[in-house]
Ligand binder design. Structure first.
Ligand code: NAD
Ligand code: MG
Length: 387
């Protein structure tokens, strides 16, 4: 038997975090949980800790700290509060692999901290690579850290590349379901509600990534994520809409051959593969059946209607801190949309305005990213009431 993998799960109470714990539950002898962290869902964090017996938990929301301490200290589990504690504890000696399942820019500091300590990364938090892809991948290279993708499309590419690492990639195709509004016109999108946007046809995910899927910003963020993960040029990354979400993405090699990875949509598979690569563990996940899918279809994304995709390509082409601006503006816009403060089409408008207004920095430092994120959020908030 191979040695147990010692895991930290950052964001254990979210959609990815809870599915990761399902993977662990199904393979208890393979994994040891050392650290669980959550933002504010104390009840679920306590329940998870009592089941998986980690060495330590962190609750970012310090208002909940005493509640978590009262529940877990008697069980011999250490409890800390605040985001700084996540950054510190992710460096714990015993941890092998850190699953970054925090949503948004909030995941950047702890991911960098884990890489600095030489931990292997199972990366769900795509915003980290969008905001500071160069900084993160340079540091990972320097520290000899591998970043294993959890995002299903990037896991698909990674699985296609196994055994091919010496062979040049001509291009990759990232598949997109098209989200709940595929086929709708701009006029129709003007009046869509958050309830409609939150109904994803194929995947059940956290609210932020679900709205990103409806605007196609999720695919835009994934294009940028792919650039950094696989060292690609923008022209090598293409998006194709595939409404059935069975083909998870494809790689085209220099001889014209295309490899694809297929399966029913289930995030537990890419999560598990990122944790156990290069091994594949036996699972009981529902198997794909060709009879259920007599046709798999592919079409071009409607980029004129879903403008967020082009905004992401633009930010990627520009480089520097532009994708950091895009990401911060998007986080503010999505939250405002979820709070019924802006309309669906205003999400792209708000992001574009931020990209036109904020100061561009060609070769940003970490501090520049922090400032860009803050400045963009401040400016984006001023746009919310009128856009
Ligand atoms: P989620 O909202 O369901 O969960 C987010 C987790 O992060 C929660 O545990 C929450 O407590 C924690 N968190 C949130 N803000 C925090 C903060 N400021 N400080 C500390 N912890 C905080 O999100 P999710 O859907 O699980 O997505 C997580 C990441 O994975 C995102 O980057 C998303 O894009 C990516 N992803 C998700 C899916 C999916 O199927 N859900 C698929 C691909 C990629
Ligand atoms: Mg994805």
């Amino acid at each position: 038997m191979t040695e147990q993998i010692h895991l930290a799960i950052l964001g254990s109470t979210g959609s990815i975090g809870t599915q990761a714990l399902e993977v662990v539950r199904a393979h208890r002898t393979e994994f040891q949980i050392d650290l669980l962290t959550a933002h504010s869902n104390a009840d679920l964090l306590i329940q998870q800790a009592l089941e998986f017996n980690p060495n330590t938990v962190v609750i970012a929301d310090v208002a909940k700290l005493q509640l978590v301490k009262d529940a877990l200290l008697p069980a011999g589990i250490k409890v800390f509060g605040g985001n700084q504690s996540i950054e510190q504890l992710v460096q714990m000696e015993s941890i092998d692999t850190v699953l970054t399942a925090i949503v948004g820019y909030a995941g950047l500091a702890s991911t960098l901290s884990a890489i600095r300590a030489g931990k292997q990364i199972a990366l769900a938090n795509k915003e980290t690579l969008v905001v500071a892809g160069k900084l993160v991948t340079d540091l990972a290279r320097e520290k000899g850290v591998n970043i294993y993708p959890v995002d299903s499309e990037h896991s698909a590419i990674f699985q296609c590349l196994t055994g091919e690492f010496q062979n040049p990639i001509e291009k990759i195709y990232l598949t997109a379901s098209g989200g709940p509004f595929r086929g709708k016109t701009r006029d129709a999108l003007a009046t869509v509600t958050k309830q409609q946007a939150l109904k994803h046809p194929n995947w059940s995910m956290g609210a932020k990534v679900t709205i990103d899927s409806a605007t196609l910003m999720n695919k835009g963020l994934e294009v940028i994520e792919a650039k950094w993960l696989f060292h690609l040029k923008p022209a090598q990354i293409e998006v194709v809409v595939h409404p059935q979400s069975i083909v998870h993405s494809l790689v085209q090699f220099n001889d014209g051959s295309i490899k694809a990875q297929l399966g029913l949509p289930d995030m537990k598979l890419p999560i598990q593969y990122a944790l156990t690569y290069p091994r594949r563990l036996t699972t009981t996940f529902k198997r794909f059946n060709f009879a259920d899918y007599p046709s798999l279809t592919f079409e071009q994304p409607d980029r004129a209607t879903f403008r967020c995709l082009d905004l992401a390509y633009e930010a990627m082409d520009k480089g520097g801190n532009m994708a950091c601006i895009l990401n911060a503006a998007n986080e503010v816009a999505v939250e405002a949309f979820l709070n019924d403060r802006i309309k669906f089409l205003s999400i792209a408008a708000l992001i574009e305005k931020c990209m036109q207004t904020l100061t561009f920095i060609n070769a940003p430092s970490y501090e520049d990213y922090v400032n860009t994120d803050q400045e963009t959020r401040k400016f984006a908030q001023t746009l919310v009431p009128t856009i």
